[in-house]
Design a protein around this ligand. Structure first.
Ligand code: SF4
Length: 285
């Protein structure tokens, strides 16, 4: 039940995690501490295992490394801080527990932002950074799936991440702090809405369906392929989205979030959303 990164409730200012989280979520959590979703400890099982991995690894960093070190700096008059897992030889290493799917998808934007924020903090404190990487521990790795294209070759993989120029790192921190401070003035319903990415919602597929129907006549992995479909009269193309995983399972602010309430109504209880891409008219057929 205790935050691993802030066990004693120490003042860490605005943490790197907070800066990378959706602004709406951060503000709602600050404003409504007694109305937040209460998670069962079993919902936190994987983060518990992640905490164990971090604990073990923190005891085995290189002798000349800075391990689990929190750096502090200032932006727009606010204290910003972040705790790196391992800093050594000008390389910042972060440990992540994840799923094979994420590694196969190859979208590490969230990790890239977080580690560049760490790099900005380390540099500001006089520790140069020339490289960033994540060691990903793949909790659902299975030898049986090795035949799949892009499947990680073993359950622990090293992923180098792009190091941004210093100005870009500084701009990122400055923009996020500014946006957070501005949002503090907003009423709940005026807060900046979470993006699809922030809600952990992806495109599931592109499906050709009969207009008004739900059953797919044919499914495609991407829009380009779907356009090659030989559309018959009355068939339309829709993009199907995955569920909003963060809102539904991981966001403590969900009970007080008006965006979530509105989207639930719009989705009408469907496990996934549909977005009409473009109706195909008789003429086009
Ligand atoms: S419930 Fe969803 S939309 Fe609302 S703050 Fe959380 S992540 Fe954002």
């Amino acid at each position: 039940m205790r935050e691993r990164y802030n066990p004693e409730g120490a003042d860490v200012g605005i943490s790197a995690t907070t800066l990378c989280n959706p602004i709406q979520q951060t503000i709602l959590k600050q404003r409504h501490p007694d109305k937040l979703k209460v998670f069962d400890v079993s919902d936190r099982f994987w983060s518990f295992l992640g905490a164990i991995a971090h604990q073990v690894l923190s005891e085995h960093g290189r002798d000349d490394a800075l391990v689990e070190t929190r750096f502090f700096a200032e932006a727009h008059g606010k204290v910003v801080s972040g705790q790196t897992d391992h800093y050594c030889g000008e390389i910042i290493t972060d440990y992540k527990c994840t799923k094979a799917y994420k590694v196969m998808k190859g979208d590490f934007t969230d990790w890239e932002r977080q580690t560049n924020l760490y790099a900005w903090l380390a540099e500001t404190n006089g520790w140069p950074v020339t490289g960033l990487r994540v060691f990903a521990f793949i909790r659902d790795w299975s030898q049986r799936n090795l035949y799949q294209k892009g499947y990680p070759p073993c359950p622990i993989v090293e992923l180098p991440l792009p190091l941004w120029p210093k100005e870009q790192q500084h701009r990122f921190v400055s923009d996020r702090v500014k946006a957070l401070l501005l949002a503090e003035q907003d009423h709940d319903h005026e807060l900046p809405e979470c993006t699809q990415r922030e809600m952990w919602q992806d495109a599931r597929d592109w499906a050709v369906v009969k207009e008004g129907g739900k059953r797919a006549v044919k499914c495609y992995d991407n829009e380009e392929e779907s356009r090659t479909h030989n559309f018959k009269s009355g068939e339309v193309l829709i993009q199907r989205l995955t569920s909003r995983k963060r809102c539904l399972n991981h966001c403590a602010a969900a009970p007080v979030c008006s965006q979530h309430a509105r989207l639930l109504l719009e989705e009408g209880g469907e496990p996934w959303q549909q977005k009409l891409v473009e109706p195909v008219t008789e003429e086009q057929v």
